[in-house]
Design a protein around this ligand. Structure first.
Ligand SMILES: [Mg+2]
Ligand SMILES: [Zn+2]
Length: 200
């Protein structure tokens, strides 16, 4: 019979949740590629879920993972994307695939914020709010900024390689062609399997 406060604190410490942090563009929804580089949808009508993403998210959620989208949207700061359109896209996205949370950095490099990936601020703030253990969590992204942010936060990293004509991330833990292809690996990781001992 522990005092309520004490047992609650212990439950949080021993039961910290695991998250799968998901970059949005190029992982969940199709990026618009111009000259080999990816760009965000600028209207709800342009937002298109990538194949297999709904099923992938369902499998991850069933495994007990908290699903959190983490997205840089500097077009907000640059004035080329309406915040209401962004909110509408995220409302649609959450209804489609049942995300627990969507975290946005609306800044540009010149703002020197701590949330624009490759900074880990979006992940660390969400982890605090959701009681998530970052060291047992996974970050999935299609650009070097995602992988850097995941590493900086202490997560295992999954690189979705879209073959963009740009800088590649340094040493992600695993490289896949899309989110569905990463699901078995992520499930094994969330269940305690390591990145280095599964023989491939
Ligand atoms: Mg992306
Ligand atoms: Zn920011």
């Amino acid at each position: 019979m522990q005092p309520p406060g004490g047992s609650e604190a212990m439950a949080v410490a021993s039961d910290a949740r695991r998250a799968v942090f998901l970059d949005r563009d190029g992982v969940l929804i199709r990026s618009i590629v111009r000259n080999g580089r990816p760009y965000s949808a600028s209207a709800v009508a342009e937002a298109e879920l990538l194949p297999g993403v709904g099923e992938a998210c369902l499998a991850l959620r069933r495994a007990g993972a908290v699903l959190i989208a983490v997205t840089n949207q500097p077009e907000i700061r640059r004035g080329t994307l309406d915040p209401e359109v962004l909110a509408a896209i995220h409302e649609w996205l959450r209804a489609e695939i049942g995300l627990d949370d969507v975290r946005v950095c609306p800044h540009d490099d010149r703002d020197l914020c701590d949330c624009r990936k490759p900074k880990p601020g979006l992940l660390t703030a969400a982890a605090r709010d959701w009681g998530v253990d970052l060291r047992r969590s996974v970050m999935v992204g299609d650009r070097w900024r995602d992988i850097e942010a995941g590493k900086e936060a202490g997560c295992t990293t999954v690189f979705v390689d879209r073959q963009y004509d740009e800088r590649c991330p340094q040493a992600p833990d695993v490289r896949v062609s899309d989110l569905p292809a990463a699901v078995p690996w992520i499930l094994s990781h969330l269940n305690g399997g390591g990145a280095s001992n599964d023989g491939n």
